[in-house]
Design a protein around this ligand. Structure first.
Ligand SMILES: Cc1cc2nc3c(=O)[nH]c(=O)nc-3n(C[C@H](O)[C@H](O)[C@H](O)COP(=O)(O)OP(=O)(O)OC[C@H]3O[C@@H](n4cnc5c(N)ncnc54)[C@H](O)[C@@H]3O)c2cc1C
Length: 257
């Protein structure tokens, strides 16, 4: 059994000839590591704008990862700007009042560009091969769900093999993971489109939606689904090794930034 876990440009997938359904967005995520003047208190912030989301994600210490989504055509222009100009533009995008929470933001690395993509090869069953994580499905980073899905894939696969062995595991794995992956893939796609739109009807709908989320149990329901708790949760062996997810996540964020 070969498990392809080699990311969104998976060579395993390509060599096996597995086709992907995919769509690109007219967006680029400009990503950099930054030092904040005051602690982020381990809170992740995301502001939705017409070019896409702007996020400040906590790293260890007072550092953070800035993910700034711009239109694809603007990428080279922003990447040619000086650090001072970028910091000023980021403060404007995030909002001067909100930026005051951190005192200051200083870029520690040059901007890297990441082209978000909606892509999947869900449902493709090939004997002796299973794709997991981004190799099988790639979501827009707007809702920060890629790692969650990958961990749920890996844990479900481990559990299926442990319970019933390798025979027919390819099909059992697809059945077990299809709807969770499919649902999150499309929910993130809709979120990105809805929040990037300037069309009055969508603007009105999303304002109403946010208001409803504030005052109703729907917010709890949304969190419940995004954390994957609506399904039988695979037993995570990480916990048995004495490590908590909270110990592992900062490591992940540092790597991605
Ligand atoms: C800007 C940004 C922000 C994000 N924020 C979040 C977030 O907040 N929360 C979240 O859940 N997700 C987030 N994601 C998505 C998340 O990073 C991915 O979904 C996740 O990293 C996918 O994990 P993976 O292991 O499947 O693939 P990858 O992380 O791409 O890992 C694949 C690994 O395979 C290795 N590899 C590839 N080819 C070979 C080869 N031929 N031989 C050996 N090794 C190979 C690579 O080096 C790599 O280490 C974000 C993504 C981006 C770009």
């Amino acid at each position: 059994m070969l498990v392809g876990a080699d990311g969104r440009d998976s060579q395993v997938r390509a060599l096996a000839g597995i086709k992907q359904h995919h769509r690109s967005y007219d967006q680029v995520c400009l990503v950099a590591r930054a030092q904040l003047g005051r602690s982020h208190q381990n809170v992740a912030y995301e502001r939705f704008q017409s070019t896409g989301p702007f996020a400040i994600l906590p790293l260890s210490g007072d550092r953070c990862c800035v993910v700034w989504t711009v239109r694809a055509a603007e990428e080279s222009e922003w990447r040619s700007r000086s650090t001072a100009e970028l910091c000023q533009a980021m403060a404007e995008r995030f909002g001067p009042a909100q930026m005051a929470m951190f005192d200051s933001l200083e870029l520690l690395t040059p901007l890297a560009g990441y082209r978000p993509r909606w892509a999947h090869s869900l449902g493709a069953v090939q004997s002796g091969l299973i794709l997991i994580g981004d190799a099988a499905h790639t979501t827009h980073p707007v809702a920060g769900q890629g790692v969650n899905l990958g961990i749920r894939d890996a844990a479900a696969l481990g559990e299926l093999i442990q319970r019933s062995g390798l025979l027919g595991v390819e099909r059992r794995f697809q059945r077990r993971r299809f709807w969770d992956n499919w649902g999150v893939l499309n929910l993130t796609d809709i979120t990105n489109r809805l929040f990037s739109s300037t069309f009055w009807l969508w603007v009105g709908l999303r304002r109403l939606g946010l208001l409803v989320l504030q005052i109703s149990p729907l917010r709890w329901l949304l969190m419940f689904v995004m954390m994957g708790r609506h399904q039988t949760f695979p037993h995570l062996h990480i916990a048995e090794a004495g490590q908590k997810m909270s110990d592992l996540l900062p490591m992940y964020s540092e790597q991605k930034c």
